[in-house]
Design a protein around this ligand. Structure first.
Ligand code: WQD
Length: 354
């Protein structure tokens, strides 16, 4: 089976490519390296010993995109590519609407043209907005709070309409909660391009001495210790969820949304404490004002994914902390320095399509 993976060089994309290759799938990966580095794909190849086709493509360029479809057999698509910084989406909404929506429309039009109707879409728990209660299940009211989340919600609705127009489509909408952690090898992981927006990469950069201290956004929420509670899920568990959703798209048509979370919430200070006890590294922090738009508590009811996909998260918070730290410790500057090693393959084996 040949799978087109958009955004395959990213944090979740690269971890999913590892699982797909190990499961025997043939991959065609596209990425524009706006928020990722080629080195992540070299590491995927090193980890799996497998080659795959790669195209450096701006998904807004229809001619470039059609070339991928013309040159390859594609049985299904996993669509990760997209801008995902909440704050940036608020300050530059048009960039987010154009990039995330147009790229998806171009992708789906080409899938339709080439009769490829199996799609796994990278959605987000952000489509639930501020949940009225927890745990959150897939039938909850959908209401995005920022342009980034609205692009995810709009795409979900477009994909529902696509299926209504042609019931041959089989689409899984995967609503991620808070992905953290890294592959146990420490070779691939989350590589923020600037100061991290998200909690775990901020913690690991404090631990590595790259940042001075953690700012804890608010301590007056109605939670165990007043700090925000989230459902942190190991990125490898998340990657495996994509394989199980992919298999589901080959078995039945329709549009199905799934929460990919652990169902367990941890506060900011609980995560800090878990990180410190697992790594032995102290994380200095200070309490600051709450971040606007933050929910107090957000965690998943993922029983639908278990019942329909046979998926549930297996890795606990300690493993998430240990794996996040191993990645950061081994790669203090992320993927910047391409370290030549016995297993790093050259471009030819990488099958970069010029
Ligand atoms: C987690 C908790 C913060 C940073 C975001 C996106 C969501 C998804 C996952 C893409 C909150 C607190 C954070 C810091 C802190 N991304 N925090 N200090 O906001 O739950 O979700 O990332 O799909 O769409 O909204 O994740 O890691 O930013 O925050 O205290 O420096 O940590 O207030 O309680 P969030 P996060």
């Amino acid at each position: 089976m040949f799978i087109l993976v958009t955004g395959g060089a990213g944090f979740i994309g690269s971890h999913t490519c590892v699982e797909l290759l190990n499961a025997g799938y043939e991959l065609i990966v596209i990425d524009n390296f706006l928020n990722s580095k080629p080195e992540s794909l070299h590491r995927v190849q090193e980890l799996t010993g497998k080659s795959f086709k790669f195209y450096q493509v701006d998904m807004l360029e229809e001619v470039q995109m059609e070339r991928v479809f013309l040159e390859n057999r594609i049985d299904a698509v996993i669509h990760f590519a997209g801008l995902k910084a909440v704050g940036e989406s608020v300050s530059n909404p048009l960039l987010y609407y154009k990039n995330n929506l147009m790229s998806t429309f171009i992708l789906c039009q080409l899938m339709q043209k080439y009769n490829i109707k199996h799609l796994v879409f990278s959605s987000s728990a952000t489509v639930y907005g501020l949940p009225e209660s927890v745990p959150i299940s897939e039938d909850f009211h959908l209401k995005a709070l920022n342009p980034y989340g609205r692009t995810k919600l709009i795409i979900e609705q477009v994909l529902q309409d696509l299926y209504s127009s042609d019931p041959e489509w089989s689409i899984s909408l995967l609503r991620y909660f808070n992905p953290i952690g890294a592959h146990e090898s420490g070779l691939i992981g989350e590589d923020p391009q600037n100061i991290p927006n998200n909690l775990m990469p901020y913690i690991t950069q404090v631990a590595a001495g790259k940042l001075h201290e953690l700012e804890v956004f608010g301590s007056c929420y109605p939670t165990v210790d007043g700090t925000g509670v989230r459902d942190y899920i190991h990125v490898v568990d998340l990657a495996i969820g994509h394989l199980m959703a992919l298999e589901k798209t080959f078995k039945s048509s329709g549009v199905h949304a799934y929460n990919l979370g652990t169902g367990q919430g941890y506060s900011v200070l609980e995560l800090v404490s878990a990180f410190e006890s697992v790594t032995g590294v102290r994380i200095p922090y200070r309490i600051t004002n709450p971040r606007s738009g933050d929910a107090a508590i957000c965690y998943a009811d993922s029983t639908k994914a278990w019942k329909e996909l046979g998926w549930k998260a297996k890795k606990g918070i300690e493993e998430m902390c240990a794996d996040s730290w191993r990645w950061q410790y081994n790669n203090p500057d992320g993927y910047i320095n391409k370290v030549k090693g016995p297993h790093i393959t050259n471009e030819e084996e990488f099958l970069v399509q010029k």
